[in-house]
Design a binder for this molecule. Structure first.
Ligand SMILES: [Zn+2]
Ligand SMILES: [Zn+2]
Length: 317
């Protein structure tokens, strides 16, 4: 086949070669034509390509609007800063979220100090109890008008309407469902240091506790999606919102050193997701994906802790 191509393109065909070629043409006649055709098309295309390049160069020279220059410039800038932006974007988001979380923490500490001062006397034994407590930690006397707690776990001016519901809200904020004192350990199974209430000993309570969080998932995903459509500024409230609603109720009871590999894997995955949150449309999915993956991971850890009752209170690390 290569001999034929040579014959076809050289042009100087010796009579002997020509007859040899004729023989070959007779046997391989069908294939020599496409070979020549491809050669011709390649040559023509190469010329066209060269001409079109010249055309492009010329039109670039009189690029009055400067559009091409701008495009080339943008390409250069992106090549240089693009990877940097992808790295700095999540760092910026995380730093800003950290600042907001620190502010929230400061408000929380202030509210706690205020709460200590707002303690009320038990009607039976006169021991000072939290106004949010459902009962006295000393004599178990019921508090007839406990104060409600808000989204952030701070005292509301309003009294509690549903006492059952209030108990779950207290546990979500890592507080005893009876006396409202704070649980000290990072473990599902622990007892209140003040009144001795055994947390999650009641299976129905534990199941309902998880169920309450599960029912929020759809709402949280929709709200975080809407927030997440707004670059940077939207992501911060979205992260704080899903952490309070879906993650904290589980995470507060999981030993800090548990599942470190999984936790870091999730962090790296979230970091990569945030790097593309600026992308229109895609950005909306960033916070919901972060919310759902965190929720599933901490929920699983929580359930595993819940069923490992044998480890019990000694299991805190
Ligand atoms: Zn009392
Ligand atoms: Zn208690």
């Amino acid at each position: 086949m290569s001999a034929l191509t040579f014959v076809g393109t050289s042009g100087a065909i010796e009579p002997a070669l020509a007859s040899q070629a004729q023989n070959l043409l007779d046997t391989e006649g069908v294939s020599v034509i496409p070979a020549l055709a491809i050669g011709a098309i390649t040559f023509w295309a190469a010329g066209l390509n060269r001409r079109s390049k010249e055309n492009l160069y010329q039109s670039d020279e009189d690029d009055d609007l400067g559009v091409q220059k701008l495009l080339y410039y943008a390409e250069d800038v992106w090549a240089f800063f693009g990877p940097l932006v992808l790295l700095l974007y999540p760092v910026l988001v995380l730093v800003l979220t950290g600042i907001v979380l620190l502010l929230l923490y400061w408000f929380k500490r202030r509210a706690e100090a205020k709460e200590e001062k707002a303690k009320i006397a038990c009607t039976n034994c006169h021991e000072l109890i939290y106004s949010t407590a459902l009962a006295c930690q000393s004599c178990n006397q019921s508090n007839q008008n406990p104060s409600a707690i808000d989204f952030f776990g701070q005292i509301k001016a309003k009294p509690v309407r549903d006492r059952d519901e209030h108990a779950y809200k207290l546990v979500e904020k890592k507080r005893c469902p009876v006396c409202a004192n704070r649980f000290q350990e990072h473990h599902v199974h622990q007892s209140c240091g003040t009144c001795g209430h055994e947390l999650m000993q009641d299976d129905r309570f534990a199941t309902r506790y998880i169920g309450r969080i599960d029912r929020r998932v759809l709402k949280v995903l929709v709200i975080t999606f809407l927030f997440s459509l707004i670059p940077i500024i939207g992501l911060i409230p979205a992260i704080i919102y899903y952490r309070i609603q879906l993650v904290a109720p589980f995470r507060l009871y999981i030993p800090r050193m548990r599942n470190m590999g999984l936790r870091w894997g999730l962090r790296i995955f979230h970091f990569a997701l945030i790097a593309f949150q600026w992308a229109p449309g895609f950005g909306g999915f960033v916070a919901p994906i972060m919310a759902f993956t965190s929720y599933r991971m901490y929920r699983n850890s929580f359930k595993r802790q819940l069923f490992s009752k044998s480890m019990d209170i000694a299991g805190h690390d």
